[in-house]
Design a protein around this ligand. Structure first.
Ligand SMILES: [Zn+2]
Length: 348
């Protein structure tokens, strides 16, 4: 039954790729917001009052420092809303960049999920007076597993050692909406994709979607806390929005067709792993046999070349073998029962 379901999910997603492709062809490039040309750590105003910072990152080049997550910030009439908190050091860098673009106070910061490069800077933003917003599952995961991971990360990072983990202030179920006469931002939860607590920020006026790691541009898909079948469905749901630009969690700003690339990656990965399982191959044999030339064209890296991708094969293998409890992903080693764990924050 599990195998059959997996196959059906793959077929559905392959069909979705076709739908995106034709919809994109129909879109008139000249009427869309331009895709910005950016170097690492550049900041650009991508729409009126909307700024994007392209943080440095490389899938397999150790010379390029890891600058954490990308950021988008939206300048409302009286305040600023920021997408993603990054690590503490990088949060301070981003705040300095924000102050070059506006004097308004930073009121809300969205943790797109609970991972360190998206949430550990919370403490720095809070010192600026901001409230931290996240999906309730991200809030739970940060509560359940954050303290132990923070302690581990403090061994390698001075900025973590010198600060304290700050939890989420406001958590939401499906949506959290901010609107005034100048801007409109909707934080949305599409389901379990990169983590069970992913949130994207949609700017309907500008047709911009900031996805966090639910959609990345390059070989940056960490799948350890993911549900790959559900992830494909989440990408499909995102595809129903009107989108000119996608501001991914990592990698360059892209057009809407980035959703199709991500969908193709997860769909083909699931199909290849499923075939390997049917052929009684080991994880290592499946990994060695992977061949997605289009993936290298997109990311610059072969699909089995990075440790992250190797781990992804293992993750999908375990998913298809029924060895993963998706509800517990990211919550272990916490002894808290995931399904009843309190968020510790007021729902809004
Ligand atoms: Zn992440």
């Amino acid at each position: 039954m599990l195998k059959r379901l997996a196959l059906l999910a793959s077929v559905g997603a392959a069909f979705a790729v076709v739908v995106y492709a034709s919809a994109d062809k129909a879109a008139d490039e000249s009427k869309q917001l331009p895709v910005p040309e950016m170097k690492f750590n550049d900041v650009k105003e991508i729409a009126p009052g909307v700024f994007f910072r392209y943080s440095s990152i490389a899938a397999n080049d150790p010379k390029i420092p890891f600058g954490g997550s990308n950021h988008t910030w939206v300048v409302f009439k009286d305040y600023v809303v920021v997408i993603d908190a990054n690590f503490p050091k990088e949060a301070a860098d981003v705040i300095a960049d924000i102050k070059k673009t506006t004097k308004k106070p930073i009121k809300y910061v969205l943790d797109t999920h609970h991972h360190g490069d998206h949430a550990y800077g919370n403490t720095i933003w809070a010192k600026e007076g901001a409230q931290i917003v996240a999906h309730k599952n991200a809030a739970r995961l940060l509560k359940a597993n954050g303290p132990k991971q923070w302690e581990d990360a403090a061994k390698d990072r001075k900025d973590i050692k010198d600060n304290e983990l700050k939890q989420v202030d406001i958590s939401f179920d499906d949506k959290f909406e901010l609107k005034d006469e100048t801007q409109h931002v909707v934080f949305m939860h599409f389901g379990h994709s990169h983590t069970s607590g992913d949130a994207s920020a949609y700017l309907p006026k500008h047709k911009i979607l900031c996805t966090g790691d639910a959609c990345v541009n390059g070989a940056f898909n960490y799948m350890g806390h993911s549900n790959s079948a559900s992830w494909i469905k989440c990408l499909e749901a995102m595809g129903k929005l009107e989108i000119d630009l996608i501001c991914p969690g990592h990698g360059k700003v892209a057009r809407k067709d980035l959703l199709a690339k991500e969908t193709r990656y997860f769909t083909e990965l699931r199909a290849a792993v499923k075939k390997g399982i049917d052929d009684k191959k080991s994880v290592e044999e499946i990994t060695k046999g992977l061949d997605f030339p289009w993936y290298k064209e997109w990311t610059g890296v072969g699909v089995a070349e990075t440790d992250m991708n190797k781990d992804s094969v293992k993750h999908v293998y375990n998913e298809l073998m029924g060895k993963i409890d998706h509800d517990r992903l990211g919550a272990a080693p916490s002894p808290l029962d995931w399904r009843t764990a309190p968020t510790g924050v007021a729902a809004k």
